[in-house]
Design a binder for this molecule. Structure first.
Ligand SMILES: Cc1cc2nc3c(=O)[nH]c(=O)nc-3n(C[C@H](O)[C@H](O)[C@H](O)COP(=O)(O)OP(=O)(O)OC[C@H]3O[C@@H](n4cnc5c(N)ncnc54)[C@H](O)[C@@H]3O)c2cc1C
Ligand code: FES
Length: 256
């Protein structure tokens, strides 16, 4: 069930100058949160950020009601979130959106780029609980954009690509040699820049593999009222915040 809560900042952990983890404590017990769900955080009333901003729920801890987010600084809102201090209040609507489906059998391949690494800790926990083997592939322009790797290594094998070759294989994610073994995977998940997700969807489609992507369309309300996050699907326009953010690529009208 959706909640609106005044949460307290527990800590901010900087991963590098552009990316940080924001940990909030909710005032009461956490609702059921599924892999892929997101929250809308209220920043302040100033003209540049009066709309809430959406962030995927990275991790939760029901024992102390904490929720963590991975945040990449993009503009005014994310920059302001990075100035919060322990004890500050953040109003949050959560959990929002749908979630990834869990296949009956694996192995699965998870591909992430940029802030698209955020949805996969909760997913990995659930897949691991189901005994499904996971391979991760994370891409960035340089090694500085490859983050949270140690956390992901706890769930499976992790491969890396960087465009400058400073970590892992040189190139973009779709050029990685793991795709030579795509027949091994039963399901592919992807989140990141749209061209990356389209390219992964393309590969999955041509190898007849099921593939889910988590879209990061611009949002305003986050709960289905404003229609500003529409994506075209084979069954008509759908709201990414409500019918998504997770879609099967076969349901989208992407040219693949
Ligand atoms: C469902 C969902 C989950 C998300 N999860 C995460 C997450 O876990 N971690 C994270 O760091 N980010 C995530 N994002 C993206 C995040 O919401 C945006 O980066 C943030 O809202 C930008 O706010 P800002 O005020 O800093 O930038 P703004 O000032 O709002 O924007 C700065 C520039 O970036 C562009 N921009 C803003 N948002 C987006 C977007 N969603 N797609 C493309 N361009 C955009 C704007 O057009 C503008 O040019 C998610 C987005 C969605 C929809
Ligand atoms: S953000 Fe308002 S309908 Fe999706």
């Amino acid at each position: 069930m959706k909640k609106v809560s005044d949460c307290t900042v527990n800590q901010i952990i900087w991963l590098n100058e552009n990316n940080f983890l924001l940990e909030l404590i909710a005032p009461d017990s956490l609702p059921d949160i599924r892999p892929g769900n997101f929250a809308e955080l209220r920043i302040d009333d100033s003209r540049d950020v009066f709309l809430r901003r959406p962030f995927t729920i990275l991790e939760t801890d029901k024992t102390n009601n904490t929720i963590r987010f991975f945040i990449k600084i993009i503009g005014a809102g994310t920059r302001k979130l990075g100035t919060l201090s322990e004890g500050d209040q953040v109003n949050m609507i959560f959990p929002l959106g749908n979630s990834f489906s869990i296949p009956v059998k694996g192995p699965v391949l998870i591909v992430g780029g940029g802030s698209g690494i955020a949805p996969f800790i909760l997913l990995a926990k659930e897949l691991q609980n189901q005994g499904i083997p996971i391979t991760f592939l994370f891409g960035g322009r340089t090694h500085q954009e490859i983050l949270l790797i140690d956390q992901y290594k706890a769930f499976g094998e992790v491969f890396i690509t960087t465009e400058d070759g400073s970590a892992g294989e040189k190139g973009v994610v779709t050029q990685h040699s793991v795709f030579n073994k795509i027949a091994n995977y039963n399901m592919i998940y992807a989140c990141g820049p749209e061209p990356m997700m389209k390219a992964i969807g393309n590969i999955a489609h041509h190898h007849n593999k099921s593939c889910e992507v988590s879209l990061e369309n611009m949002m305003a309300c986050g709960f289905g009222a404003c229609l500003c996050c529409i994506v075209e699907t084979k069954s008509g326009n759908q709201r990414v915040c409500t019918e998504g953010p997770v879609f099967n690529i076969n349901d989208l009208t992407w040219q693949i």
